[in-house]
Each structure stands twice: as C-alpha cells, then as structure tokens.
Ligand binder design. Structure first.
Ligand code: OKP
Ligand code: ZN
Length: 343
C-alpha cells in the first residue's frame, strides 16, 4: 500500500514532559516517525508520497473554528506575553469554575482549550500539526482508487476533541479523515481505534452522530490515561446511540484477550455496514512500550492487519501512539504488511 509522510513533523520536538512528578524527556518524539519511515523503505511496502496541502474546511466540521485559530496562534501569543520555552497549560476550568467565558490571555486559553498538560506548543508545533492533518487528508483521498493507505501522522490526534488538545494531540487526524470520507460520499464510516489509550477525542467528536461508528479497544480508564472517558457504558447520545463501542481491557492484557476484543470490534464494524474504515493505529499495546501495560509481541501486529483486512473495506491507517522507538517501525509496518498479505 501507499504511505503519506511529511518531514514537517520535526517541528514538534525538543520537549520534556511531567511524569509522576518528574520532568523526563518527551516520549512523543520525532524519532518515532523516522523509525516507521525507515521500516517502510526496508520492507518496500510501497511508495511514500508527500502530502498535498489542504484547507481547514474539513477540519472545521470536526473542530471548533475558534479552537483551530487558537492552535495556529498559540505559540505567537505565548511569545508576545514575554514567555520563552514551550507553552503549556497549568490551570483548567473543571466543574465549579466558569468555562463559558474564554480567557483573553494565553495562559488561560491554554487551559480553556486542553484537558491535560501533555500537548506542548513550540515554534514548529502548528506547522507539524497542519502537516499531520494534510497527511491524513492525502491518505483519505487515496482511498478513491486504492484499497488501503497509511497516513504516517505525527503528532498523533485521537485525544484531541472538538475544542481541546491533550495527550500529545492537537488536530484529530483520524476524525478529519473520517469526515473527508463522509464528504466523499461514504454514507457510513467506521473508526476503529487500536491504540493502547482510549481515543477520547474521536469519541467526543462523533458521540451524537449515527453516520460514524467509533470503536475503541484500550486500557481500562479506571487505571489508565485518559481516566475520564472510555468506559463500556458509553454507547453514544441522541442520534448516535449505539454508534459508539468501548472495549476496555485490564492492565497486563495479553494477545488472546486482546485478539478476542479485536474480533468483537470487527463484528461491530461489519454489523454497522460502513463503506470505509479508518484505523487509529497505535502500537503502544506492545509489551516493551515504556508508558503502557499490555503484552502484545511484534509477531501479533501482522495478525491485527490480517483481521482488519478480512472486513473487506477501503481502509485508511492513521498513526497514533507507540513509544518503544526501536520497535515502532517493525510493529506499525507489521500491521500494514499483515493487511497487504491478507488481501
Ligand atoms: C497518547 B497516545 C503517563 C502519563 C501519560 C499521556 C499519554 C498520552 C498517550 N504517566 N501521558 O494515545 O499514545
Ligand atoms: Zn496511546
């Protein structure tokens, strides 16, 4: 299959993060995308194309326009206030405080438009975020002719909601791609998120819609980030009741239980009757992942691809998480190889 990649992802770099009270080097780093790109070449999966530049028209259907403007201008506002270094939120409007009056100052705005302190802005952030969005849309367009495509997105997107960043995510690339497929004439689109973490942003964006099914296989949020969404009783709202499925699994989950959940997820996708499928592809389910606690091995990832291929749908893979950098190429491209071998 073809892949889409942009070197502009490097703009999101050079950060630290706060883990359990300690400042540590960022797990979401440029090497991640470079190891995947190297593995694509190593196994000669197919052509690696640059993205076409897209407008934000489709992104505005899944994100608030004011939020997108905030993303584009946040770092300049941070500098204009006399700050240096990464822009990070440190105050949030939790229930009991006012969230209906957007602050005019960037420190307040960062909290207004985020749910955690894990999506830092540096000088190149917007350019990288925009390029990741363009990679997703270029990948979605390939499905007009190709059975499948791989959007090597970085930064990832599945934690980003209609009007919030968080969990390394800014624009929800998978949601933008799903919306593009809807606009291209697919009446029903499914998003299947196999990242270790629940894709709370994708769920929130489509929660009251019946035209986009969102299915998540992830670590139980009672024990894992993002903690405040992703439970099994979240089935959608309004028109979207029944079009959201969460399959939370215990920490320590191994392949047999994970694969059984994938089978349930694929049955739900098939029952929904979509004509296109978006996979939020995280490989942080890997046993060696430094921030995650499932136990899949590299041999399992091609089997994920094969099971997804059996759905027989036009399929866009959108890269999300995976922090075992040395193995991320083998694992992510392994899914794609398993898909290709099964069609
Ligand atoms: C992004 B993606 C660990 C802190 C967790 C956020 C994880 C974001 C994961 N103690 N930090 O879904 O892979
Ligand atoms: Zn993840």
């Amino acid at each position: 299959m073809k892949s889409v990649y942009s070197p502009r992802h490097h703009g999101q770099s050079g950060q630290y993060e706060l883990v359990s009270g300690a400042i540590v080097p960022a797990f979401e780093k440029p090497e991640r995308a470079e190891f995947i790109r190297a593995r694509l070449a190593e196994v000669a999966l197919g052509p690696v194309l640059p993205p076409e530049t897209h407008s934000l028209d489709i992104a505005r259907k899944v994100h608030d326009a004011a939020y997108l403007s905030f993303l584009e201008t946040a770092y300049d506002q941070w500098l204009a206030r006399g700050n240096t270094g990464p822009a990070l939120p440190f105050i949030w409007p939790r229930p009991g405080l006012r969230s209906d009056v957007p602050p005019a100052d960037i420190e307040g705005l960062l909290g207004h438009y985020s749910f955690d302190g894990g999506a830092p802005f540096v000088a190149g952030t917007w350019d990288a975020v925009k390029s990741s969005h363009d990679v997703a849309l270029t990948g979605a367009a390939l499905l007009a002719r190709d059975r499948a495509a791989f959007a090597l997105c970085r930064p990832p997107g599945h934690h980003a909601g209609r009007a919030f960043a968080g969990g390394y995510c800014f624009i929800n690339n998978a949601a933008v791609a799903a919306q593009a497929l809807r606009d291209a004439g697919h009446a029903r689109v499914a998003v299947l998120d196999v990242d270790y973490h629940h894709g709370n942003g994708t769920q929130e964006i489509f929660y009251d819609q019946r035209d986009v099914l969102v299915v998540n296989i992830h670590a139980d949020p009672r024990h894992e980030f993002p903690y405040f969404l992703g439970h099994a009783d979240e089935r959608g709202a309004g028109d979207g009741v029944g079009a959201n499925l969460n399959l939370p699994l215990p920490l320590g989950t191994e392949w047999p239980a994970w694969h059984a959940a994938l089978d349930s997820a694929c049955t739900a996708v098939a029952d929904f009757g979509p004509t296109a499928l978006v996979i939020s592809l995280g490989t942080d389910t890997f046993i060696g992942d430094p921030i995650s606690q499932f136990r899949l091995t590299s041999a399992h990832f091609p089997q994920i691809g094969a099971r997804i291929a059996a759905l027989g749908l036009p399929t866009l893979f959108v890269m999300e998480g995976g922090y075992a950098v040395a193995e991320i190429g083998v694992n992510a491209v392994g899914v794609l190889e398993g898909f290709d071998a099964a069609i």
